[in-house]
Write a protein that binds this ligand. Structure first.
Ligand SMILES: C[S@@+](CC[C@H](N)C(=O)[O-])C[C@H]1O[C@@H](n2cnc3c(N)ncnc32)[C@H](O)[C@@H]1O
Length: 226
C-alpha cells in the first residue's frame, strides 16, 4: 500500500490512514483506548484466570498495537501467551518506528517490546519474553490453513466490513470457529448487522458490549458459552 499517512487520534496515540481505502487502522477517537477495550478487556481478560498458557490468533498485525498490549499483559498476569499474527502487508519498518505507542503507554518495557515485535522474523517463532512467543505469518488469512481446536482467543482486526467485505463472511468465520478451542472467544470492533449474522451462521454465540469513545457497541463471539 502506497502513501500511508501517520495520524494522531483523540487519545494522543497514533494510527495509520490508508488513502486508497479511505480507512484508518484504528478508531480516530482513540487507537489505544479502542485496542485496550476491544481486544484486551473484552478478549484477553475474559478468558478464565486459571489458564496459564494461552494461544492467541490476530488477524491483521498492522502497527503491532494489539500485540504490544498483549505482551505487556502476559508479563503482568504471568500467563504464557503464544501469539500468532497474520499480516499480508507489513508496515514499513521506518513508519513503524515512528509510531508513539510505547511513549503513550509509558513504563520501561514498552519501547523495547515494540521494537522486538517489528524486528521479529516472519518465518519462525521468536521468544520476546518468558511469557510471550510471537509467530508472524506474512500472508492473507484466506491463504493459510489453520489447525482445528488450536486457539483460545482470536483478535479479529481486519479493515472494516465496508472496505473489506470478503473477510467478514460466514465462510471466514467458520474457519475461525473451527480453529478455536471448544470455549474459545473471538473479539472484534464491528457490530454491523451483516457481521453479527455471519458470526451466528458460523456457529458463534454473540454478545454486544459497550464500545470505546465514538462507538456504541462492539462484539464478543463465543464458540461454546451461552
Ligand atoms: C484495521 S488494520 C488493524 C491492524 C492492527 N491490528 C493494528 O492494531 O494496527 C487491518 C489490518 O489487516 C491487514 N489485512 C488486510 N487484509 C488482510 C487479510 N486478507 N488477512 C489478514 N490481514 C489482513 C491489513 O494489512 C492491516 O494491517
Amino acid at each position: 500500500m502506497e502513501n500511508i499517512i501517520l495520524k494522531t487520534t483523540a487519545d494522543g496515540s497514533h494510527t495509520l490512514f490508508v488513502p486508497e481505502l479511505n480507512e484508518h487502522y484504528h478508531s480516530t477517537n482513540g487507537a489505544l483506548q479502542e485496542s485496550q477495550l476491544v481486544f484486551i478487556e473484552n478478549g484477553l481478560h475474559y478468558l478464565p484466570e486459571c489458564l496459564k498458557e494461552i494461544n492467541v490468533l490476530e488477524v491483521g498485525f498492522g502497527t503491532g498495537l494489539n500485540a504490544l498490549l498483549t505482551v505487556l499483559e502476559a508479563k503482568k498476569q504471568k500467563q504464557k501467551i503464544n501469539y500468532v499474527a497474520i499480516e499480508p502487508r507489513p508496515v514499513d519498518p521506518v513508519l513503524a518506528a515512528s509510531l508513539n505507542y510505547a511513549s503513550v503507554i509509558g513504563g520501561t518495557e514498552a519501547a523495547g517490546y515494540f521494537k522486538k515485535l517489528h524486528a521479529s522474523a516472519w518465518s519462525h517463532p521468536e521468544f520476546l519474553s518468558d511469557y510471550f512467543i510471537l509467530s508472524k505469518i506474512e500472508a492473507r488469512l484466506e491463504d493459510i490453513s489453520l489447525k482445528d481446536n488450536q486457539f483460545h482467543l482470536v483478535y479479529f482486526d481486519a479493515f472494516g466490513p465496508d472496505v473489506q467485505p470478503e473477510l467478514w463472511t460466514q465462510e471466514i468465520f467458520t474457519i475461525l470457529f473451527n480453529c478455536l478451542k471448544p470455549e474459545g472467544v473471538l473479539v472484534t470492533y464491528s457490530c454491523k448487522g451483516t457481521v453479527k449474522r455471519a458470526l451466528m451462521a458460523a456457529g458463534f454465540t454473540i454478545e454486544k458490549l459497550p464500545g470505546p469513545a465514538g462507538k456504541r457497541e462492539v462484539l464478543r463471539a463465543m464458540k461454546g458459552r451461552v
